[in-house]
Design a protein around this ligand. Structure first.
Ligand code: ZN
Length: 380
């Protein structure tokens, strides 16, 4: 099995479906260019039939972005597929992403089809899509709640029809890691032609397990991850790109798999998407949060200043951050204060430093953070 995991970014499609997010064409082009610099393999640019604006943005991204596969989403309908193919026509490399639900819930309540009807519809959709490109991804919506014997049957038949990537979405964020592992593993082991396709993890974060589930999928043999920058997406969001990429990087000892991502572009990409989408990144967000490399307690500051790896498993430079930050609060100690004063160009005799430290603690008790201006006042 290859150790290369493909990164399929759906910030511009699933991410844009976040309530409250609306990206303009210019925003999408800016983000798209940045995703190319970041090194993603596939950009899901939109759902072309859903609106003229979506068609236009998929079409423009297909025209302007080089060195990446551009993908358009469709339902399992001929018209959807034709419209997507038209929008994607100018792309260097194009992928059509089609499919439909496989859980009893979706078959009964949403699709109102029998299993056999749904399977035939899916197979036909793959055949239509293959008329326009040999890169066809098939999604089995709500796989996380579906009957396994039916899932295996669908995978086998759509691969026969020409699907080259099989997306196994946990659409509702219902599964847990061990379960998702066995879902992917079960498909790979039980479907006779599974070696003809790449399996893809598409997880949602309703129970906070999107990243863990995606990594479990990779462990089971999936070689594509569907992710968004900052984890934006429907409801509680999609799997976060930066978390999966850095987990594979930092824990390569366990996964033995890697991506083509330039990790130093992670923070700039996160900031751009946050600014353009209006979705603020929580301070304690893994990898890209403002506090991810910041230390305020005296014991941790002392450790990090002596040797960064005492309390940090990721070198901030790896993700494009400048350095670890020492944040001064009432929990900070002498070592941290001395360090910050030195950064401002100050050094003092021990006696003078003790005076400053005593005043620092008084100020720190009255506010959440002692900033540079406060330090200058203290010294003055
Ligand atoms: Zn989704």
């Amino acid at each position: 099995m290859s150790d290369r995991v493909l990164v399929f970014d759906t910030t511009l499609r699933d991410g844009e479906q976040s309530p409250g997010v609306r990206l303009s064409l210019a925003d999408k082009l800016e983000i798209g260019q940045q995703l190319v610099s970041l090194g993603v393999d596939i950009i899901e640019a939109g759902f072309p039939i859903s609106s003229p604006g979506d068609f236009e943005s998929v079409n423009q991204l297909a025209k302007q972005l080089k060195g990446v596969t551009i993908c358009g989403l469709t339902r399992a309908r001929q018209k959807d597929i034709e419209v997507a193919a038209e929008a994607l026509a100018p792309a260097e490399r194009r992928r059509i992403h089609t499919g439909l639900g496989v859980s009893e819930n979706h078959l009964q309540h949403k699709l109102r089809m029998t299993r056999e009807e749904a399977l035939a519809t899916g197979v036909q959709a793959v055949k239509w899509a293959r008329q326009f490109t040999d890169d066809v991804e098939y999604f089995m919506e709500d796989s996380g709640r579906a009957d396994l014997s039916y899932v295996y049957k669908v995978v086998e038949e759509v691969i026969k029809a020409g699907a080259t990537t099989i997306n196994v979405p946990d659409t509702t964020g219902f599964t847990y890691p061990n379960e998702y592992y066995h879902l992917i593993k079960g498909i790979i082991e039980n479907v006779p032609n599974s070696d003809k396709a790449v399996f893809s993890c598409h997880c949602h974060n309703d129970l906070g397990m999107a990243t863990a589930n995606t990594l479990a999928g990779v462990m089971a043999g999936a070689r594509q991850v569907e992710v968004t920058v900052n984890g934006i997406g429907e409801r509680a969001g999609n799997t976060s790109l930066e978390e999966v990429v850095m987990a594979l990087y930092i824990r390569n000892d366990k996964f033995g798999a890697s991506t083509g991502i330039d990790t130093t572009q992670l923070l700039p990409t996160s900031r751009m998407v946050s600014r353009l989408s209006g979705m603020v990144v929580q301070r304690n967000k893994a990898i890209v949060g403002a506090n991810a490399y910041a230390h305020s307690s005296g014991i941790h500051q002392d450790g990090v200043l002596k040797e960064r790896s005492t309390y940090e498993i990721i070198d901030p430079k790896l993700v494009g951050a400048e350095k670890s930050e020492i944040i001064l609060t009432s929990k900070s100690g002498r070592h941290g204060l001395k360090h910050r004063l030195a950064e401002l160009g100050y050094s003092f005799s021990d006696e003078r430093f003790e005076e400053i430290y005593a005043n620092f603690i008084k100020v720190a008790d009255s506010k959440s953070e002692v900033n540079e201006d406060d330090l200058r006042v203290l010294v003055a």
